[in-house]
Design a protein. Structure first.
Length: 554
């Protein structure tokens, strides 16, 4: 093995470094072994990452048992669910690149031979993957796991039910007592949000792209089996180091296509588009937003998961886990089974040992898909010349035409919904919430949840240059690019303008003449920056378009 860490730990000139490391318990024997960074996103601000401190001990035990020396370090996490609908939500997407930067920086500084990243809430997963791809050293992504479902009156609950209860209560469709009961029951313990929302979508992606060992992500965070998963991840990283199996060897163009197919087949979050584009840039893979349309169109929707479907993430584990989905995709020819994974085995080899639970109904058979094409559609038109994305897994609507109701920030749109000002047929436009305009592309689960709770989910549309939670359902178009803050057409929309959205033709059009749009464009002025100091100010200066992953700097 060619060990990077020897640059720091070995030789007479490195005696001062060894002396400092011995001060915290490392021995000469420890320092001769491969040094593995254990990048932990534990935080006490949410249930999603809450057990990662405990799980890290089992990862480190696996590393030691396989002949390595672990060194744990920390980075941050921002809870989308907790901050949703507030100014704090602007920090979420910004945190993705900061997480990547910090994992990368510590690994470069201490010259680790490999990294295991413990992740859970939404941005920690792609952030960790981006860091591993920049470093291009052996790396493993270990997902902390889903939360267990809550229960109320015989039905499974996730945090989505609470967001939708907000709208139902505001519309007078739910009593205050039932509202509080749902709030108290929805989230019973540690783990990430319990549908095929962004965290579970990106955890699925990491197994399918090969950076997580297969059959590790679907185990819930509070399940005792997660300790075994953690130990195994420690063993896997050591095997990857010994065999010089690096992150970019795994995350090839083929692997990215496999990952996109898994998002399509599982009805996954639209955020996967943003994050996979960002990861591809770090991997040096030429991936475009149009590739998502091509792959989703040829991939059937096979998994019946919330928000569009019936089941929660825990039900996937009971059905046999993500390897069952991997095997479906491989058997159907929707993925390339020759892709290498972090274990050293191919995608097809890992999927071949899937153990499907007899009689399970969560993962459909190939001859009985929920839909013949996947859950994501890329739209283009004069409102989004660079593209935008809509998730169609939970809706059969093909088109919507209606008058625009325009809001320059999320809070105003939310107020309109909860006050009853939005009517059937409307197209809610929430703008200046893009990567630069927000800054940070806030998610709109508060608004979409309120729309559903108010009984409008089948009669209105929503479009934004911000983002949607993976828990969003309904006719919701996000990532509109170019964004309003740079003068995209979404900035020129006025109340009452007709907007036409068509899933079958994959178009999104503002039905205003070119001459009128040119006049409005000439009158438009770049808005003042919302932040002129601090991290948001830096972010605005560095961030690119959502159509390219909203990455900072290259």
């Amino acid at each position: 093995m060619k060990l990077n860490s020897y640059t720091i730990t070995q030789g007479p000139n490195r005696a001062p470094a060894r002396a400092m490391l011995k001060a915290i318990g490392f021995t000469d024997e420890d320092l001769k072994k491969p040094i593995i960074g254990v990048a932990n996103t534990w935080i006490e601000t949410m249930p999603c990452n809450y057990n990662l401190r405990e799980l890290a001990e089992h990862v480190k035990a696996g590393i030691r048992a396989a002949g390595g020396t672990p060194m744990e370090y920390n980075t941050i996490a921002i809870s989308d669910g907790v901050t949703m609908g507030t100014e704090g939500m602007k920090a979420s997407l910004v945190s993705r690149d900061l997480i990547a930067d910090s994992i990368e920086l510590v690994a470069r500084g201490h010259m680790f031979d490999g990294v295991v990243a413990l992740v859970a809430c939404d941005k920690t997963i792609p952030g960790a993957a981006m860091a591993l791809l920049r470093l291009n050293i052996p790396g493993v992504i270990m997902y902390g796991g889903t939360i267990m479902p809550g229960h109320y009156k015989g039905r499974d609950l996730t945090v989505l039910d609470v967001f939708e209860a907000v709208g139902a209560n505001a519309a007078g469709k739910m009593s205050d007592e039932e509202f509080l009961a749902i709030e108290n029951a929805a989230c019973p313990g540690a783990g990430a949000c319990g549908g095929q929302y962004t965290a579970n979508t990106m955890a699925t992606v990491m197994e399918m792209i090969g950076l997580s060992p297969m059959n590790t992500a679907s185990v819930p965070q509070v399940d005792p089996r997660k300790h075994q998963v953690a130990f195994r991840c420690g063993e896997v990283i050591m095997d990857a180091v010994k065999n010089e199996r690096k992150a970019r060897d795994i995350a090839t163009r083929t692997a990215f296509e496999n990952a996109i197919a898994s998002v399509a087949a599982t009805g996954g979050s639209t955020n996967a588009v943003l994050h996979l584009l960002a990861m591809a840039r770090e991997a040096g893979v030429d991936l475009k937003i149009d590739d998502f349309q091509t792959i989703s169109a040829r991939t059937p929707l096979l998994v019946d998961l919330k928000p569009g479907g019936k089941y929660v993430a825990y039900d996937v584990d009971k059905a046999g886990g993500w390897p069952v989905v991997a095997k479906r995709l491989a058997d159907g020819g929707y993925v390339d089974g020759s892709a290498m994974t972090v274990t050293g085995k191919t995608f097809a080899e890992e999927a071949s040992v899937a153990k499907e639970t007899p009689g399970q109904e969560v993962i459909r058979a190939l001859n009985n898909p929920i839909k013949k094409s996947g859950g994501l559609v890329i739209l283009k038109g004069n409102l989004a010349t660079e593209g935008c994305v809509i998730k169609v897994a939970g809706t059969d609507r093909k088109e919507h035409r209606g008058p625009a109701r325009v809001f320059d920030r999320e809070e105003d749109g939310m107020k309109a919904v909860t006050s009853g000002a939005i009517k059937p047929g409307d197209v809610i436009v929430i703008r200046y919430e893009g990567p630069r305009g927000g800054p940070g592309m806030r998610e709109m689960l508060g608004v979409t949840g309120a729309i559903a709770g108010a009984g409008l989910v089948d009669s209105v549309a929503l479009m934004t240059d911000g983002r949607f939670s993976g828990a969003t359902r309904g006719f919701s178009v996000g990532h509109v690019a170019p964004e309003a803050a740079v003068g995209g057409t979404i900035a020129l929309v006025r109340d009452g303008d007709s907007i036409a959205i068509n899933v079958e033709t994959r178009t999104i059009e503002l039905e205003v003449s070119a001459e009128e749009l040119a006049k409005r464009k000439a009158e438009w002025k770049t808005p003042a920056l919302k932040y002129t100091t601090g991290v948001f100010s830096k972010y605005v200066k560095l961030v690119g378009s959502a159509s390219e992953g909203a990455v900072t700097g290259q």
